[in-house]
Design a protein around this ligand. Structure first.
Ligand code: SAJ
Length: 433
């Protein structure tokens, strides 16, 4: 990479992280080639359009494609910097699957040249960046590979996890601090030089294994803390206490900050990444493993409680509010709300309605159940039981007067003013926990 010119960049994987990253890097003036295995994705981006939903991403992609700074392709080509941002799912026993990462690295190896930088961004088990190094050493014996040569290496290899929040990706990609772990300190310095082109947050150099672990630790930390809140909600429920009131009071302690209970943990990060730590140290991770169990178990607790409530009110119409995995986004993947609503829809059929302002149609598993999608106004007019599964702002803003007399199971604690009362339809009831 010449210091006087912006590097040419190749981003492998144009998903939720790769595409916004490619667009932001292109906005900084680098020529970016984005690679994806899907012809449809490649064609969409080359038209200046996008295939995922993210705030302001459409305008940015349209602009950088229009200026010729971002092009998409099926094939990797020569560049100065390669960024790998492909999925790392887990297998049936929660073992991490890094095959997409290694396939991406294999596609880069033939075009690597002296001075290139290769950065892995995908969430990965500790040691994956070293696997890439070994793969390059095997495929390119002509190159001096960092960590395996005493001479100045020909290429740099580093790990730099993304830590952006869906809905705020473009902002956080530039503003968040980055942990940048090199195979060697020199590799880290080279990668820091690249991120400084478009990141305003601090770029902190470390080693590759520490950076890999840091990413897993951040999400496991959040999972464990959400598990604490979810366990509390079940305990409070059993003791007849309002968990939201207890958490609100406990959080007035200057060193206590309990997170929010909910119907379980969704998305593709927090419910997945802790398993990568468990897989690396199965006997040393009882807490992390248990937290996963608590958060998954909360989904079934909510299903059982909602089922009991609906069964106790024959004929009452039920509205499930929300399918997204969290508030104010249109992402329904690995969503506990979706699982709860679909399970109840299969049992209660025409009695169930779904309100999801971020969905144009219901997901496939609702087909044939008899459950229908309605809007929030219809739900408030026609349904007797309201199950709050997602804390979308649109739901939070419903005034008490419009919920009066409803039976409410509020798994997100959005309506603390809902009166607790008798269990008869029309009398009003608030369940939490
Ligand atoms: N949730 C709760 N209670 C809470 C907070 C969250 O039940 O108090 C639930 C949400 O409803 C959702 C799930 O947890 O179902 C995950 O939501 P989230 O907002 O905690 O996290 P994600 O998955 O959107 O993004 C996380 C972030 N990681 C951390 O906050 C440590 C983000 O910074 C990462 O970049 C992202 O994972 C990722 O890609 O790894």
């Amino acid at each position: 990479m010449k210091s006087d010119k912006k590097p040419d960049v190749c981003v492998v994987g144009l998903g939720y992280i790769g595409l916004p990253t490619a667009a932001i890097v292109a906005r900084s003036g680098c020529r970016v080639r984005g690679i994806d295995v899907s012809q449809k994705v490649v064609d969409t981006i080359n038209r200046g359009e996008i295939h995922i939903e993210e705030v302001d991403l459409d305008g940015l992609v349209h602009a950088v494609v229009g200026r010729g700074l971002l092009t998409a392709s099926l094939e990797v080509a020569s560049a100065d910097v390669f960024v790998i941002a492909v999925p790392t799912p887990f297998g049936p026993n929660h073992e991490p699957d890094v095959s997409y990462v290694l396939t991406a690295a294999r596609s880069i190896a033939p075009v690597l040249k002296q001075g290139d930088i290769v950065i892995l961004e995908s969430t990965s088990p500790v040691g994956t960046t070293e696997q890439i190094r070994d793969l390059f050493a095997e495929m390119r014996p002509d190159l001096k590979i960092p960590g395996l040569t005493r001479d100045t290496p020909d290429v740099s290899i580093a790990y730099c996890p993304e830590r952006v929040l869906p809905g705020r990706i473009l902002h956080e990609l530039t503003e968040n601090d980055r942990s940048i772990g090199g195979i060697t300190p020199r590799c880290a310095r080279k990668a820091v030089g690249f991120y400084k082109i478009f990141v305003r947050g601090q770029c902190i150099a470390t080693d590759a294994r520490s950076a890999e672990m840091t990413k897993l630790v951040e999400n496991a930390y959040r999972d464990v803390n959400i598990a604490f809140a979810n366990e509390l909600s079940i305990v409070a429920d059993r003791m007849g206490l309002d968990v939201w009131e207890v958490i609100k009071l406990a959080n007035r302690h200057p060193r206590v900050n309990i997170l929010s209970p909910g119907p379980g943990v969704g998305g593709h990060c927090i419910a997945v990444d802790p398993w990568f730590i468990v897989a690396s140290a199965p006997t040393e991770t009882p807490l992390i493993r248990t937290a996963r169990g608590v958060n998954d178990g909360k989904i079934h607790h909510v299903i059982a409680k909602a089922d009991e409530l609906i069964a106790a009110h024959p004929g009452a119409r039920v509205a499930a509010l929300g399918l997204a995995f969290k508030a104010n986004i249109d992402d329904f993947r690995e969503s506990p709300a979706r699982l709860v609503a679909a399970t109840l829809a299969r049992k209660y059929r025409e009695r169930m309605s779904i309100v999801e302002p971020y969905a144009t149609v219901l997901p496939r598993e609702f087909e044939g159940t008899g459950a229908t999608q309605i809007d929030l106004d219809e739900a408030l007019e026609e349904c007797d039981i309201l199950l709050v599964l997602v804390d979308h702002d649109a739901f939070r803003q419903v005034p008490l007067a419009e919920r009066a007399g409803k039976i409410v199971y509020d798994t997100r604690g959005i309506w603390p003013d809902q009166p607790k009362g008798g269990a008869e339809v029309g009398e009003g009831l608030r369940l939490v926990g």
